[in-house]
Write a protein that binds this ligand. Structure first.
Ligand SMILES: Nc1ncnc2c1ncn2[C@@H]1O[C@H](COP(=O)(O)OP(=O)(O)O)[C@@H](O)[C@H]1O
Ligand SMILES: [Mg+2]
Length: 224
């Protein structure tokens, strides 16, 4: 068993004022295995998104460490962390966050070009990814010219652009109808099985929970 991510004793408090401090994450420790789908469930407002952001380097913990493939990500300076996120971490959110003025192909090119690849090499990889998510015929469409399910599949392709070590997904089908959700769920399973990809997914969708190799529950600031 190979662990791709290990976090220990993560704490996060949001301070609204001196008197109103809210400790949301109260000492979370967990390990995520390579090539598996790990699911986090839990009531709304319990801190799932906050935890995912901390594990993915989008937010800092007040205490605790996150190791991804042996790298203590919160010890990196801002530039190195941005670079690490770009190359080693994929993120899929509930809303696609594609850039509206760019086509599907260009949206998948962007993280690759930020990583220093040429437009030719980036486009080649983006086309391969569009093939995998079954959207080659939509490559020149802008996000507004794609359905919700298609937008989310492009967002998944973009998350995979630089071959990340782990993909974080926060309610990836929370905004989709059941037909499109099922397509995205099948895609996630396919990606795990064909490419040995590692997913950490926050969801309350039963169909997606069923794909989990492991289901963790967040409750009262800890993961049980
Ligand atoms: N930046 C922030 N400032 C203050 N409070 C926050 C912030 N982000 C989240 N919270 C609060 O932390 C709690 C957990 O939020 P979140 O992680 O989004 O929960 P979940 O994803 O499980 O629904 C909520 O009560 C939310 O209002
Ligand atoms: Mg959330």
């Amino acid at each position: 068993m190979t662990e791709i991510l290990t976090c220990s004793n993560i704490h996060r408090t949001f301070t609204r004022s001196e008197k109103r401090k809210l400790e949301i994450i109260k000492g979370v420790s967990l390990s995520i295995e390579k090539g598996k789908i790990s699911i986090i469930v839990g009531k709304s407002g319990v801190g799932k998104s906050t935890l995912l952001h901390i594990l993915g380097g989008l937010d800092n913990p007040d205490e605790g460490t996150v190791l991804i493939d042996g790298v203590d990500i919160h010890k990196l300076d801002d530039d190195k962390l941005s670079d690490f996120r770009n190359k080693e971490i994929g993120f899929v959110f509930q809303f696609h966050h594609l850039l509206p003025e760019f086509t599907a192909l260009e949206n998948i090119n962007i993280p690759q070009m930020i990583a220093g690849k040429s437009i030719e090499d980036s486009s080649k990889r983006s086309l391969e990814l569009l093939e995998i998510v079954d959207l080659v015929d939509r490559k020149d469409h802008k996000p507004s010219e794609l359905s919700g399910g298609e937008q989310q599949r492009v967002a998944i392709a973009r998350a995979l652009a630089n071959n990340p070590k782990i993909i974080f997904a926060d309610e990836p089908t929370g905004n989709l109808d059941s037909t499109n959700s099922a397509i995205v769920h099948e895609l996630i399973l396919d990606l795990k099985e064909k490419f040995d990809l590692t997913f950490l997914i926050v969801t309350h969708n039963k169909g997606l929970i069923e794909l989990g190799d492991r289901v963790l529950e967040m409750r009262d600031g800890i993961v049980v």
